[in-house]
Design a protein around this ligand. Structure first.
Ligand code: 6PG
Length: 509
């Protein structure tokens, strides 16, 4: 914190939902913040909120009407945080700050959902003008206000200057239990516990990790939706009954923030019609793009993240609402069958296990993707550290992340999360019901692409042999693409003249 009271500790640009709440979080933690937004009404709104919340304290937030004014209000060397939409708006602000006279030793911290390759380019583009640092944030509105999970990456010198600020505003975890220490009171931040902010690596790494977090988030959400859909459409349960089941599940292995809020969504009635609100919400999913980036990233490094990718496709097919309505009148599925109460109970238990096993696979895919990208980029990501900062504050926070933390603490270079003794044992124990749940849904004609893609991942990963031998034969047949042989050293390539049976294979250099 600065000694000169007339100056501010931190500048904040972009006062949308996330920016406003991060600014108030900084203020709660004792930082004086100079803030600016192109929309002056947003600046006025935060000043008003600070006046309401600060009580007898001096103003903690200072309004600025221009980039130049913001720079003039900050102690040097400056720290300026940005929360503006990903893409061009980030560069727009950077250019304006250069024109306004930002210094080479000043740091700009991008907290938006930026594409990781943009962060890489920005560090290079702005070198010498200021230090570009990226800090991905997860936790939504409430997380930003009372403690998000932060994934900082970039220049280690910049990190040494801002580490304490980021650790102060981050969510905290009880180091003994691995459980979040909750706070939801303005002005009373959690000071004790382990902060959910750790240095991820060179610039780009933090936003990559956040991108994968969002990919896992997509999968996690889709899997919960599939369990709901089978209960609603196949077993005929009402939303409130499903909310009750989710609450029960939330007490056990499936404990997570997403499970908790899904129960709340299902429990809510619509103020207008009195119907369950979920029945009034149109079944067409939106997406801002981070799930798609994860899917593309997985395809680019050749990492089999099929449950994450499937979750993106599930949103795509949901958005074809009018086509689906038309197709539902033409394309036939199985006839509905009566389900006894006993069968219903068994089916619900099977769905629990399917959700649990699929979730393990979705996380395994996310960590496998990060491992492949880390190798390719030379980032040396610390997976126990990443699992740790996802235990609180972020959208995928779950008790389960403590088990992932422990798995990576026990074996740092774990090839796959599913190979950790705990997860291998869990999946072996619950897989019977996982398979049954998929079979039930399939026989009822209810889509469950998340569950089945996860099972596919599991069954493919644990298969000593896959039919890629035939595939290689096909490739060599029509395109002379060559193949390797099981009885010769790997890497040696062979080609067969398929039109001349009996001719020996040719070894190809
Ligand atoms: C978070 C969220 C946050 C946001 C995403 C997802 O971690 O706080 O992931 O980043 O909710 O933008 O949005 P879409 O579902 O619209 O892609």
């Amino acid at each position: 914190m600065v000694k000169d009271n007339s100056l501010c500790d931190i500048g904040f640009i972009g006062l949308g939902v996330m920016g406003k709440n991060l600014t108030l979080n900084l203020a709660d933690n004792g930082y004086k913040v100079a803030c600016f937004d192109l929309d002056q009404a947003k600046v006025d709104a935060i000043i008003e909120q600070d006046n309401e919340e600060r009580g007898e304290q001096a103003p903690r937030v200072v309004a600025c009407r221009s980039y130049t004014e913001l720079l003039s209000k900050l102690a040097q060397p400056r720290i300026i945080m940005l929360s503006v939409p990903a893409g061009e708006p980030v560069d727009h602000v950077c250019r304006h700050l250069i024109n306004a006279g930002i210094g080479a030793d000043d740091i700009i911290v991008d907290t938006g959902n930026s594409l990781w390759t943009d962060s890489l380019e920005r560090e290079a583009t702005y070198k010498g003008k200021f230090i570009f640092f990226s800090t991905a944030v997860s936790g939504g509105e409430v997380g930003a206000r009372f403690g998000p999970s932060l994934m900082p990456s970039g220049d280690p010198y910049a990190w040494s200057r801002i580490a304490n600020v980021l650790k102060d505003i981050a969510a905290k975890v009880d180091p003994k239990t691995g459980k979040p220490i909750e706070s939801s009171t303005p002005g009373k931040p959690v000071k004790e516990g382990e902060p959910c902010a750790t240095y991820i690596g060179p610039v780009g790494a933090g936003h990559y990790v956040k991108m994968v977090h969002n990919g896992i988030e997509y999968a996690d959400m889709q899997l919960i939706c599939e369990a709901y859909n089978v209960m609603r459409e196949g077993l005929g349960l009402a939303p409130k009954a499903i909310a009750g089941i989710f609450r029960q599940w939330n007490q056990g292995l499936l404990n997570s923030y997403l499970m908790e809020i899904s129960a709340e969504v299902l429990d809510m009635d619509d103020g207008e019609t009195g119907q369950p609100l979920v029945d009034v919400i149109l079944d067409r999913a939106g997406q801002k793009g981070t799930g798609l980036w994860t899917a593309v990233g997985a395809l680019q490094v050749g990492s089999p993240a099929q449950t994450i990718t499937q979750a993106v496709f599930a949103r795509s097919i949901s958005s074809l609402k009018s086509e689906r309505v038309a197709a539902s009148k033409v394309l036939k599925g199985p006839a509905p069958a009566a389900v006894s109460e006993q069968e219903k109970a068994a089916a619900i238990e099977a769905l629990h296990d399917a959700l649990y096993c699929s979730k393990m696979c979705a996380y395994a895919q996310g960590f496998q993707l990060m491992a492949m990208a880390s190798k390719e980029q030379g980032w040396k990501l610390d997976f126990a550290g990443i699992a740790k900062i996802w235990r609180a504050g972020c959208i995928i926070r779950a008790s389960f992340l403590q088990s992932i933390t422990e798995a990576y603490e026990q074996t740092e270079d774990l090839a796959n999360l599913l190979l950790a003794p705990y997860f291998a044992e869990q999946i072996a124990q619950y897989q019977g019901n996982w398979r049954r749940a998929i079979a039930n849904a399939t026989l009822m004609g209810i889509p469950c692409g998340g569950f089945s893609s996860a099972l596919n991942y599991y069954d493919s990963y644990r298969s000593e042999t896959l039919p890629a031998n035939l595939l290689q034969g096909q490739r060599d047949y029509f395109g002379a693409h060559t193949y390797e042989r099981t009885d010769k050293p790997q890497g040696k390539k062979f080609h067969t003249e398929w039109s001349q049976p009996g001719r020996p294979q040719v070894q190809v250099k």
